[in-house]
Design a protein around this ligand. Structure first.
Ligand code: PBG
Length: 324
């Protein structure tokens, strides 16, 4: 035999030499849940996501410091407010839980850490939907000014990147316009362009208390069977002024990441969501698979599929391992 691919697999050194994909701390974004109902030193474990917590504003700021010390470049913030109503008014409150956290982190860390804030209504509405509801319908255009207000209030607090995750049509344009008009032309938009109506968000909805009180999200999030539609969504968001785009979830949608990578010259992130986390943690707890190598494999494969960066609840842990 002349050709033997196994020669390049003989030992770790040669495998390292020819590995096509790398995973580094620079690729990672760590989510932080900030809960306005918690006292300063309180933190609350999320049952369906072992080792993940909701923090108070002060706790979130400390968490951000730890994340910075590990060399992770960015965090993404999710808020759980005290007050919910029909129009998500606490989402754009100057002194809202996310706005205060952004200010606190920026005061402490400045440019040492990129602060991304998820921009959506569902954590702040009494009905749990990502838009304004009328007669059981989720209204698109009535939601846009609210998303714009949320984005502007984040920008005023000092956010680096806003990340709309609501899936309303035209939201990137609405946000881009309000940012430009108010002098925040350097605030980037990371759009959840291809966000599927997935069952893998289950644990997140426990973490963020954001489950819809009636119906589901299938009239705005994408149908799980569609790939070309995702390309259309991404193209629209780029046209509307998105700077980075996300595919979400990541693991069941690696084909979408790859397709997007081949077609668009824009940074693409994969969001390895709560259900992907919970799935591996639960299997590992039963000793059904090797936890550490499964986590590395999942993240490595999201990169291999074409992701430039990954939002993952394992970011801190991986960063610690990569430091060793
Ligand atoms: C808010 C939002 C969700 C997630 C991120 N932003 C939940 C949803 O759409 O129901 C999910 C993240 C995860 O599951 O880790 N719209």
């Amino acid at each position: 035999m002349l050709i033997r691919p196994r020669r390049l697999r003989k030992n770790q050194k040669i495998r390292n030499l020819v590995r096509e994909t790398t995973l580094t701390t620079n690729d990672l974004i760590m989510p932080i849940f900030v809960d306005e109902n918690l006292k300063e030193n309180e933190k609350k474990e999320i049952k369906s996501m072992p080792n993940q917590y909701r923090f108070s504003v002060e706790g979130a700021i400390n968490e951000a410091k730890e994340i910075t010390d590990l060399g992770i470049p960015a965090v993404i913030l999710f808020g759980i407010p005290k007050h919910k109503d029909e129009t998500a008014s606490s989402a754009y409150d100057k002194n809202g839980v996310v706005q205060r956290t952004i200010r606190g982190i920026k005061d402490e860390l400045g440019d040492e850490l990129l602060v991304i804030a998820d921009c959506c209504l569902c954590e702040y509405t009494s009905h749990g939907h990502c838009g304004i509801v009328k007669d059981g319908k989720i209204l698109n255009d009535a939601t846009l000014p609210i998303l714009a207000k949320i984005a502007l209030s984040y920008a005023e607090a000092g956010v680096d990147i806003v990340a709309p995750s609501d899936m309303m049509d035209g939201r990137v344009k609405a946000i881009r316009e309000v940012l430009e008009k108010n002098g925040y032309d350097d605030v980037a938009i990371m759009s959840y362009s291809a966000k599927y109506a997935s069952s893998f968000y289950g644990p997140f909805r426990e973490a963020a208390e954001s489950a819809p009180k009636f119906g589901d999200r299938r009239s705005y999030q994408m149908d799980i069977g569609n790939a070309r539609e995702a390309m259309r969504e991404i193209a629209l968001d780029i046209e509307e002024g998105a700077d980075l785009i996300l595919v979400k979830p990541a693991l069941p949608y690696l084909d979408i990441i790859r397709m997007a990578k081949d077609r668009f010259d824009i940074p693409i992130g994969g969001y390895c969501v709560s259900g992907e986390y919970a799935m591996i943690e639960a299997a590992a707890k039963n000793n059904w698979l090797n936890r550490d190598s499964a986590i590395f494999e999942v993240l490595m494969c999201i990169k291999r599929a074409g992701a430039d960066f990954i939002i993952t609840y394992w970011a801190k842990e991986i960063a610690k391992k990569l430091k060793q």
